[in-house]
Design a protein around this ligand. Sequence first.
Ligand code: PMP
Length: 420
Amino acid sequence: ELDSTLKVFEELESEVRSYIRSFPVTFEKSKGHSLWDQDGKEYIDFFAGAGALNYGHNPPLLKEQLLRYIAEDGISHSLDMGTKAKANFLTKFHEVILEPRNLNYKVMFPGPTGTNTVESALKLARKVTGRDSIISFTNAFHGMTLGSLSITGNSFKRHGAGVPLQNSVSMPFDKFLGTNVDTLDYLERFLEDNGSGVALPAGIIVETVQGEGGINVAEEAWLKRLADICNRWEILLIIDDVQAGCGRTGTFFSFEPAGIEPDIVCMSKSISGYGIPMAITLLKPEYDVWDPGEHNGTFRGHNLAFITATEALEYWKDDNLSGEVEEKGLKVGEFLDQLVREYPQLQGETRGRGLMRGIACKEEGLAEKICEQAFERGLIMETAGPDSEVFKIMPPLTITHNALDTGLAIIEDSIKMCIQ
Ligand code: PMP
C-alpha cells in the first residue's frame, strides 16, 4: 500500500523518476550522515547525493553562514554581475586550493550543474584547438545534455534519445582490456594511424575514478602517460572531477597523486558543500580564449552557493580531512576485501580509492538486491556500473567512525540475507 506522498509522485511526476523507485519513502529531514523519513526512521547515508554532500547534510558552519547572509538580505541571484560573495569565493579558492598546490587556473562559472561544466570544457577545447572531436573512455559518465551525453560511454543512457558518439570515440579505460594490456598503447596506435578514422581530437576527457561507470580506478602511471600523450599531440587534457573531486578520493583534486596538471578541470557536486547547485570550470590562463558572453547562463551567479562554497574551503586549510578520508577509506577497503573473502558466493571484486569504493558482484541483480536489503535496515546505498553490478559506498567524508561501522555491518547483514 503506497502512502499518500508516494502516490503523488506516481501520479504527478514523470516516469523518468528514478531514485524514488529504489528508495520508496518520503524523506523529511537530514543532518550529518543521516536522513529521516516521514515516519521518523533514520537512514545512514552511504550515497551522499552521489557525491554532492561530501561534508554531510546541513554542515553547521556552512548553515550558519548561509542563514547569516540571508538574514542580512544578501544578494541571492545576480546572473554574472559582480558581488562580494563571488569575489570572496574566487579569492579564497585561489588562496586555499590553487596557490598551495602551485596550480595556475582561471575560474569560470559555466552554469549550475556537472553537465554545464563538461559542456563548457568541450566547447573550449574545440575553440582552442580548432578541432572538433573528443576522446572519452569506455563506461565514462559525463552528463545528460546532448554534448556530455554524446561522450558518455553508456548506451542505455544514450539509446532512447538516439544520441550517437558525435565526433568522438570511446577508448578503452585503464584495465578495460585486462590488467596486462596497456590501453594507452591502443590509444596511441589509433592516433598515429591516419587510416584508423580516429581524428586528432580537440580534447581527451577522463574521470580518474569512474563513478557511475562502476568505480573503475585509473592508475597514477596511466594518468601520467595520458597527460604525456596529450602534451605530445597538443590535445587538451580535461579531468572530469565532478564526482571524484572535492576530496572524495582523499586529495582535493583527484588527480593530485598522479602529479599531472590538466588543461581543464570540471567540478560541481560538492563544490558548494551544501547541495546547492554550483559548478566551476578551471582553465589554464593561456586557454582563456572566450569572448565575453560567449558562454552564459542564468544561474552562474548563485550567491547562496558562493557563500557555502567559500565556507566549505575551511575544510582544506589543513590536511586533516585528507587524512580522515585516507583512514576511513582504508577501513572500508579492508572491510570489503574481507567480505569478498568470507562470502565467495558474491564472486566479488573490491574497487575504489578514498571514500569512493564498492564491490562488483558477478551474479546479475545481486548488487541491487543487497542495496534493497540495506535500505530496509536503514542504509542508503546505490549501484553503479553498466549492469548495476557494483554496490557503491560513498558516505559523507565527515561521517563518524561509529556510523561508518554501523553502515558496514548493515552491508554484511544484507549480503548474508541475499546469498543464503
Ligand atoms: N560528470 C561526472 C563524473 C558525474 O558523476 C556526473 C553526475 N553523476 C556528471 C558529470 C553530471 O553532473 P550533473 O548530474 O550535475 O549534471
